[in-house]
Design a protein around this ligand. Sequence first.
Ligand code: SAH
Length: 242
Amino acid sequence: MSAKIRLYVEHPLGEGQSVPLDRDQAHYLFGVMRLQVGAQLLLFNGSDGEWRVDVAEAGKRGGVLTCQEQIRALVLPPDLWLLFAPIKKARTDFIVEKAAEMGAARIVPVQTDFTNSERIRQDRLQAHAVEAAEQCGSTYVPEVADLQKLSRFLDQWPTDRQLMFCDEAEVGAALTFADEAAMGTPWAILIGPEGGFSEAERKRLHALPQSHVVSLGPRILRADTAAVAALTVWQQKYGDWG
Ligand code: SAH
């Protein structure tokens, strides 16, 4: 039995439901993993929990899986967005992968005044989030949004969403957090690019009523490290680490 294979599909899952496979999925399951008719694996789709499924048909270019039993209900992460300024390709991939593993509900690349890259491959980043969810046992896949301007995003900032603004100018300050009143409400974390935030951005972010200016310790972290560190301290204080 190969119940260890966990695959994300964009298809409804339910008792007795047949799930058709596309060419890539069939190649992976039957070509690479050598599964045969009758083999078992796990499927999730981000909304119907996790299912044990059987291989009903196995072909070179396709196949069919049949849902047997729901083994886990959907578990949604806390309502936390990660906003970050894209950096070099491999490090941006890393941030998306880690954000999915760390339980961000939504990942939003933002263009800041000193953002290194002006374009992202949203589809590629979304695929990284899917892969991370497959391997970390999550039943949920965070959406990776398209690149958008930070200034425009701040113009429409939702009034009920708190912002953990990680400001490198605070390096060395103590890590302070909002009081208990900010628990159980929507949040976002903001991480800047390698060049840091501009003074204009910093002024604007300090003025935002929902903003909580946070220090991530006595050293300046690279953006990818800062993203993981910020997600860790947030999850520990407000999130689902129990
Ligand atoms: N080039 C900038 C550093 C940018 S680090 C400079 O030398 O000042 C990239 C991002 O990581 C920052 O914009 C910030 O969001 C976050 N970050 C890194 N270290 C931090 C720290 N000690 N406290 C708060 N945020 C930090």
